[in-house]
Design a protein around this ligand. Structure first.
Ligand SMILES: Cc1cc2nc3c(=O)[nH]c(=O)nc-3n(C[C@H](O)[C@H](O)[C@H](O)COP(=O)(O)O)c2cc1C
Length: 224
């Protein structure tokens, strides 16, 4: 009971104190151990059908951070001071029910036997075709895949806050232009991967914190 109370306190404090940091202290670096903790929160995140459609590129080199944020109007400054800059990619066509990638994933990662793979694939086909209508065009499937990666985003931000690391999630970039840079300068296969978001991690410059504003609980939760 005491440990539950302690966990609640730690978690809520992290949620309350986390904020989107606008300026990082370039001199302060997150330790390897702490950064692994943050990425572990991403890795262990849930995803629809457990297919983990994400990949995270981590930039620490100042020149590379500058290159990858050339068209990131909402992230360039954050990246410059950030100790670790994460670019989240998500799978595109591979997320279709009949892809070889998913078949291998179920076998090699999820360790499912062949008959279960067949059953899950059939169920997933129905889900994609009928329930969620994900196959009407390429963008719909890609967006669904990208949605999964935002669960990892939230978890990584909270994990950072728990250990006192600051962060800023970033969608402020020209997607097409940034994907072109990812392909040309960093070897990303953009036929296979979509750019979802970026996150700057580091430690804030003093005095850079802004107060949290949120709606009241009764305005967002409705018991039925
Ligand atoms: C998906 C997403 C994208 C965001 N993009 C940017 C961004 O490009 N630049 C930025 O400075 N803040 C960005 N933010 C931060 C939000 O503005 C911030 O989280 C929101 O105003 C709530 O404030 P708080 O996080 O400090 O509580 C983004 C947040 C999210 C969740």
């Amino acid at each position: 009971m005491e440990s539950i109370l302690k966990s609640k306190k730690i978690f809520l404090e992290a949620m309350n104190t986390r904020y989107a940091c606008k300026e990082f202290d370039v001199e302060k670096k997150i330790s390897d151990d702490d950064f692994s903790f943050i990425m572990e929160a991403g890795r262990l995140s849930p995803s629809s059908f457990g297919f983990e459609p994400w990949q995270f590129l981590v930039f620490t080199d100042p020149k590379k951070k500058e290159e990858v944020t050339e068209f990131a109007w909402g992230g360039r400054e954050r990246a410059a001071g950030a100790s670790h800059f994460v670019v989240a990619l998500t799978r595109k066509g591979d997320m279709k029910h009949d892809s070889e990638y998913l078949n291998n994933f179920m076998r090699d990662v999820q360790k499912l036997p062949e008959d279960v793979i067949e059953m899950k694939t059939g169920f997933f086909k129905g889900f994609q075709e009928k329930d969620f209508n994900l196959l009407e065009d390429e963008k719909t499937l890609t967006d669904w895949s990208s949605k999964q990666s935002y669960i990892a985003l939230g978890n990584m931000l909270t994990a950072g806050a728990i250990i006192g690391a600051d962060s800023c999630p970033i969608e402020g970039f020209y997607k097409e232009k940034t994907e072109k840079i990812l392909a040309e300068k960093f070897g990303v296969n953009t036929d296979e991967y979509n750019l979802s978001y970026m996150i700057a991690f580091g430690y804030a410059k003093d005095g850079n914190k802004h107060p949290k504003t949120r709606r009241k609980m009764e305005n967002i939760v409705k018991f039925m």
